[in-house]
Design a protein around this ligand. Structure first.
Ligand code: NAD
Length: 486
């Protein structure tokens, strides 16, 4: 066997072990179509072992009972170790997902920041005393929930894992992580680093495997008290139904079709590159991608013409090349799915302004690359303006008045992210309040910040990640009344 092919195992109860059924998954580097790694593929029996281990660690282990300063120190040490392994983790992520190495490095930095943030939150959250109508006082305690099942997608494997693991552990829970079947490498490494800094065995278990088998087993497991799921709306809705049988707590971070609204008075020098980057980042495989561009009609033609030129100049290339701006998609099959939407767009009568094809020259022809694609003349009700495409394909829609822009933005099942570009602050705030979405940015493409709550409305999900808000989703408030007499 080729020596460069990694072999990875499940991480259960502090040990790297093969799957009980000895199944494996072969991971493909999407930039080269070569085999990258062979990873143990967990089944229901492996998930059971991981949940039992997490349950023991929760009930018997020291984790939830550690004093807050000790838990803080362990998470801070983990953040430091992540920083020390930035190159290794970024390389794994880049080769596994196809993302440009500079983006992968930034993501690993954010992962370390995330552990630091929640390490710092541990001794700043607690309960309260409540003046009840009785002779005594009521206290609330913030208690951990128990074993949390954390289910991840493939687009930001380590980053999104940290968004769940850090607050879950900070609140004293133990966890079983089910990474996406195709991108488990960095989560497995995170689990090893956590052991290295002294997080006790069983607190953080990682079980790669198929969603329909390992994912489903995690959601169905009676000892799992909470599921935090990030992925498609279709699977999220299924997960919620399954969790209902057992009254499990559920938070869902799902798909999006976010609007980028550009008014004629905007600073177009900033709005234009942002319209490109907020769609093409991670090759468009981003739940927050601003995949619907709404432009005021008076500037629509010029804006779209300049954006077309911008799209044509984006540098596709080897994800390991520092100069690469956009890498391949995650897989040939995702590229095929996106290409099917390009056909749909043409059938629906939208104008293909650029892209639409895979590069044919070597070495890009070997990978799952797709040229940045822009459609003009799009009507809001078209399928390409309604469905999440999850690739480098943008649809541009003109609008006439502020109310039209809001109506088009809200004509969507989704409500995750979005941006508004205007110099009129009153209008910016009016529109920001009127758009049905969980997060939004004004005169910026950046709407996700570690310190601020993140999440969706409508079919984009329920509950919040990040900020202090997520801590409510990883803890239960317990009320205790103490009788004092009058
Ligand atoms: P997916 O829904 O196919 O899979 C997500 C995870 O669920 C994977 O780990 C998968 O193995 C698991 N899964 C699949 N079937 C399951 C089942 N029956 N029971 C339990 N788990 C199961 O999504 P994906 O293709 O990995 O990711 C892309 C989607 O994720 C897009 O829709 C994107 O918008 C969404 N996403 C949302 C956010 C957010 O924060 N809102 C972030 C990233 C991605």
């Amino acid at each position: 066997m080729n020596k460069t092919i990694l072999q990875k195992y499940l991480l259960i109860d502090g040990k790297n072990i093969p799957a009980l059924a000895r199944r494996t998954t072969t991971l493909i580097n999407p930039a080269t179509s070569e085999t990258l790694a062979i990873v143990a593929e967990g089944g229901a029996e492996d998930v059971d072992a991981a949940v039992q281990s997490a349950h023991r660690a929760f009930r018997e282990g020291p984790w939830r009972k550690l004093n807050s300063r000790e838990r803080t120190r362990l998470l801070l040490r983990l953040a430091t170790l992540i920083r020390e392994h930035v190159d290794e983790l970024a390389l794994l992520e880049s080769q596994n997902v196809g993302k440009p190495i500079s983006d992968a490095r930034d993501e690993v930095g954010t992962v370390a920041n995330c552990f630091e943030y929640y390490a710092g939150a541990i001794n700043k959250t607690g309960g309260s005393t409540i003046p009840v109508a009785a002779p005594g006082v009521s206290l609330t305690f913030r208690e951990p929930i128990g074993v949390c099942g954390l289910i991840l997608p493939w687009n930001y494997p380590l980053l999104l894992t940290s968004w769940k693991v850090a607050p879950a552990l900070a609140m004293g829970n133990t966890v079983v992580v089910k990474p996406a079947e195709t991108t488990p490498l960095t989560a497995l490494r995170l689990g090893e680093l956590a052991l290295e800094v002294g997080v006790p065995a069983g607190v953080l278990n990682i079980v790669p495997g198929k969603g329909s088998i390992a994912g489903e087993a995690l959601v169905r497991h009676p000892l799992v008290r909470k599921i935090s799921f990030t992925g498609s709306t279709e699977i999220g809705s299924h997960v919620m139904r399954l969790a209902a049988d057992d009254i499990k707590r559920v938070t869902l971070e799902l798909g999006g079709k976010s609007a980028n609204i550009v008014f004629a008075d905007a600073n177009l020098e900033r709005a234009l590159p942002s319209a490109a980057s907020s769609l093409l980042g991670n090759a468009g495989q981003d739940c927050c991608a601003r995949s619907r561009l709404l432009v005021e009609r008076s500037i629509y033609d010029k804006f779209v013409e300049q954006l077309t030129e911008h799209f044509q100049k984006v540098k596709l290339g080897d994800p390991l090349d520092e100069k690469t701006e956009m890498g391949p998609l995650i897989s040939m099959s995702n590229r095929q799915r996106v290409q099917s939407y390009i056909d749909v767009g043409q059938q629906e009568g939208a104008s293909l302004l650029c892209g639409g094809k895979a590069p044919e020259v070597e070495p890009l022809a070997k990978g799952a690359y797709l040229n940045p694609t822009l459609f003009g003349n799009v009507r809001p009700e078209m399928k390409i303006a309604q469905e999440e495409i999850f690739g480098p394909m943008l649809v541009a829609i003109p609008f006439d008045a502020e109310a039209d822009a809001v109506a088009i933005a809200n004509n969507s099942l989704y409500g995750l992210s979005g941006s508004i570009w205007t110099r009129d602050i009153e209008r910016a705030l009016r529109v920001a309040r009127a758009v049905e979405t969980g997060v939004l940015s004004i005169n910026s493409g950046s709407s996700v910040h570690l310190e601020a709550p993140f999440g969706g409305v409508k079919h984009s999900g329920m509950g919040r990640e990040l900020g202090m808000a997520v801590l409510d989703h990883y803890s239960e408030l317990k009320s205790v009344f103490i009788h004092t007499g009058n």
